[in-house]
Design a binder for this molecule. Sequence first.
Ligand code: NAI
Ligand code: OAA
Length: 310
Amino acid sequence: MRPKITVVGAGNVGGTVAQRLAERNCYDVVLVDVVEGMPQGKALDLMQAGAVYGHDALVTGANNYEETGGSAVAVITSGIARKPGMSRDELLSTNARIVKGVVEHIVARSPQAYLVMVTNPLDAMVHVALKVSRFPRHRVLGMAGILDSARFRRFISLELGVSPAEIHAIVLGGHGDTMVPLLRHTTVAGRSITEWLPKDRLEALVKRTQDGGAEIVNLLKTGSAYYAPSASAVEMVEAIVKDHKRILPCSVKCEGEYGLRDIVGVPVQLGKGGAERIVEFDLSADERAALNTSARAVRELCDAVDRLMA
Ligand SMILES: NC(=O)C1=CN([C@@H]2O[C@H](COP(=O)(O)OP(=O)(O)OC[C@H]3O[C@@H](n4cnc5c(N)ncnc54)[C@H](O)[C@@H]3O)[C@@H](O)[C@H]2O)C=CC1
Ligand SMILES: O=C([O-])CC(=O)C(=O)O
């Protein structure tokens, strides 16, 4: 039997996650949404695509959770997306309510699942999922750092005319304006990025990365990015289910690592145990201060969620 992956929210991100998973041809996928007929329609469409594209994954669409039982991983994308001029934080109260209900349903049927959170504001939704599920921290992860790092790598790649495959970069911190691209750990073909680009260009690319989500929201006007976000979420699913031991930035609850007790994006070793290890990089004083600032911003949002849910 193939591992079952449930994707909640069959909109732009969730629908594309389901497509990418089906195309891997090694998972069965359950797609859940509140809109009647929509997940069922997308599921059928995806299975028909398989007859052309060469996969035979079972994709089931549903408006309830009956088919989700025994999921290995649940990817939670349900909720509203921001529009131009909005911050992710403005989604907090609506999405916290949605995510709370969804996590209760998932946990009731898949008590051993790993949760990959996508809904924004991301780090605060990891907090909601941890609280509601009562799962240990290694089974509740948020997707953001892979996406933010991918954006940074691609911007560098476009600037230098070098394949992104040659560029190694990692973005830590919360998924918001305070995220922390680590320049000292950014390399192109193994050489420090500071040997490739002058300071002012690097600062511009860091800023573009921090605004990477808003840049796309402003272009699309009716929603937010989903191709790179779905690719990033699938990378997490694959690393967990296939025990890849990848070290990828994910949002997770720190318990003393980096001197923090907050939920924030840090390098995590992902494998069959979920977040198997948090890898501690040596940070400069400036980087540490920036990570602390980012963690504080997330903490304030988590406190706001707690007040809302009290
Ligand atoms: N962590 C990250 O880096 C990223 C996060 N996001 C976030 O992901 C979320 C989804 O984005 P999109 O897919 O673009 O939005 P979308 O609007 O296309 O899809 C969201 C879907 O959730 C469904 N939904 C709402 N309440 C539900 C419930 N109670 N149960 C099941 N389904 C429910 C809606 O019917 C809709 O189909 C947003 O909050 C967005 O901000 C998006 C991109 C990147
Ligand atoms: O910007 C948004 O609202 C969606 C998101 O988190 C991203 O694309 O980074």
